[in-house]
Design a protein around this ligand. Structure first.
Ligand code: NDP
Ligand code: HSE
Length: 448
């Protein structure tokens, strides 16, 4: 048997992901050592409660509450505690002591990524975070390395399993949002506080991480426009289905060009959107994640798989551990990331996309011309228009209630690309016109 020198690995956290990382590292240590050319010795696991019951049986003597001493003894530190503090301080401490760090902490990277990357660069250490977006799906390394020679145009990501599960249930089984959320929570997909999932905070953190890598620019999480799925109604899901769409919560990171100045910027946004059933993202069911990347030279690429789960996420963490360990064996400073494009994040009002607008209108002569005029007044071009004699579906949301009054008709209008500003102004004008009984729903249409 080959004798390798040992690299000392410290693990911070032994929850869903950390316990699986420890288990796999202990079980497959020899195999990983042969891939790295050095032994990977798990020297300790820092937790809050060393006596807590754990899903996975791990050697008791590895556990400690003294994270600081453990960090100082390690060549590589794996942070899987979650949260902002003390995770941030521990990672800085590890980097400053010369250790490489592996983390899956999307919340921390979205908030303090710049500080942590700068700290790593200063000491020549490396920060790896494949698990921070898309769980088991390899997407960080493809964006950082494989596509570094290309120009990414757009990323459309289903990056939150809980919301995809809920919307899928509403679409496939006609489930309510509340019932589907209860099931997602019972299955362990949702965060402890599911607000992070259903209000889009989790997806916005992942969008900030992906946009930063794709466009080589700092993207603060506060700059990511965020809307959750709580206002998505059964009626909208059903209407989408009839029109050949599916409702998905998308994280969209897009290179945009100002039509007046020609300057480039970034749009980073999270919101529910209609996706054509012919688009590959429409086939992402249940709690699965997928990231669809459109690049100038490579064309369209899709990365698909488990976006969460202890064992699945542990795979991404161990991949990072192997990379970090190989770097230690090879020597030399860590390879930094390039944030040299300095593209600004543009306001959501300037972003252009297509929209589906559903209206209840008075069914009499001249109304269609009035509606067309309102779109035209705001320079929003209509792509398709469908009229049905009576409301097909109950009203969505708090706006108005369509009735079965024979004097009203339902209009479903899909626009060409228009700015959010123009669309909002159009919707306001429609809502204030006497020919319009109600603006029942406005949904963005993405992916075309
Ligand atoms: P858990 O909540 O299951 O586990 C957290 C672990 O950290 C526990 O073992 C806990 O100790 C320990 N811990 C928390 N605070 C401290 C502290 N102050 N000092 C020492 N130990 C502490 O988290 P997960 O395993 O689910 O997630 C870990 C990270 O991975 C997070 O950043 C998460 O966002 C990310 N991630 C998780 C995914 C998933 O599917 N779960 C998917 C992708 C990323 P104790 O056990 O004693 O309470
Ligand atoms: N709650 C998250 C999700 C876990 O549903 O995707 C993975 O980040």
């Amino acid at each position: 048997m080959i004798e390798y020198r040992n690299l000392k690995i410290a693990l911070l956290g032994a929850g869903s992901v950390g316990s699986r990382v420890a288990q796999l590292l202990l079980e497959h240590g020899d195999e990983l050592a042969s891939r790295v050319g050095a032994g990977l010795e798990l020297v300790g696991i820092a937790v809050r409660d060393v006596d807590a019951e754990r899903d996975v049986s791990l050697p008791k003597e590895l556990f400690t509450t003294d994270a600081e001493s453990l960090i100082l003894s390690a060549d590589i530190v794996i942070e899987l505690m979650g949260g902002i503090e003390p995770a941030r301080s521990y990672i800085l401490e590890a980097l400053n002591s010369g250790a490489d760090v592996v983390t899956g902490n999307k919340a921390l990277l979205a908030l303090h990524g710049t500080e942590l990357f700068e700290a790593a660069e200063q000491v020549g250490a490396q920060l790896y975070y494949e698990a921070a977006a898309g769980g088991a799906i390899p997407i960080i390394r493809p964006l950082r390395d494989s596509l570094a020679g290309d120009r990414v145009k757009r990323i459309l990501g289903i990056v939150n399993g809980t919301t995809n599960f809920i919307l899928d249930r509403m679409d496939v089984d006609g489930d309510t949002l509340e019932r589907a959320l209860a099931t997602a929570t019972a299955l362990g997909y949702a965060e402890a506080d599911p607000t992070a999932d259903i209000e889009g905070f989790d997806a916005a953190q992942k969008a900030a991480i992906l946009a930063r890598l794709a466009f080589h620019s700092a993207v603060p999480v506060e700059a990511v426009h965020r809307e959750g799925i709580t206002s998505v109604t059964a009626a909208q899901v059903e209407r989408a289905r009839r029109a050949g769409y599916v409702v998905k919560l998308l994280a969209i990171c897009e290179r945009v060009v100002d039509p007046v100045t020609g300057e480039e910027g970034i749009s980073a946004r999270v919101h529910p959107a209609l996706v054509s059933r012919l688009h590959p993202l429409a086939a992402v069911h249940g709690a699965k994640n997928a990231v669809f990347v459109e690049a100038e030279a490579a064309g369209d690429l899709m990365f698909y798989g488990a976006g969460a789960g202890g064992l699945e996420t542990a795979s991404a963490v161990l991949g990072d551990l192997v990379s970090a360990a190989r770097r230690h064996v090879a020597g030399g400073p860590g390879v930094g990331e390039s944030f040299t494009a300095y593209l600004p994040v543009v306001d959501i009002g300037k972003v252009q996309t297509r929209y589906q607008i559903t209206l209840e209108v008075i069914d009499q002569a001249g109304v269609l011309a009035t509606i067309a005029g309102i779109f035209s007044d705001h320079d929003v071009s209509v792509e398709t228009l469908e009229q049905s004699a009576a409301p097909v579906l109950p009203a969505a949301g708090p706006v108005a209630s369509p009735t079965s009054d024979p004097q009203t008709a339902t209009l479903v209008i899909v626009t060409h690309r228009a700015s959010e500003e123009a669309l909002a102004a159009t919707a306001a004008s429609l809502g204030g016109n006497t020919a319009v009984a109600s603006v029942t729903s406005v949904m963005r249409v993405e992916g075309a």
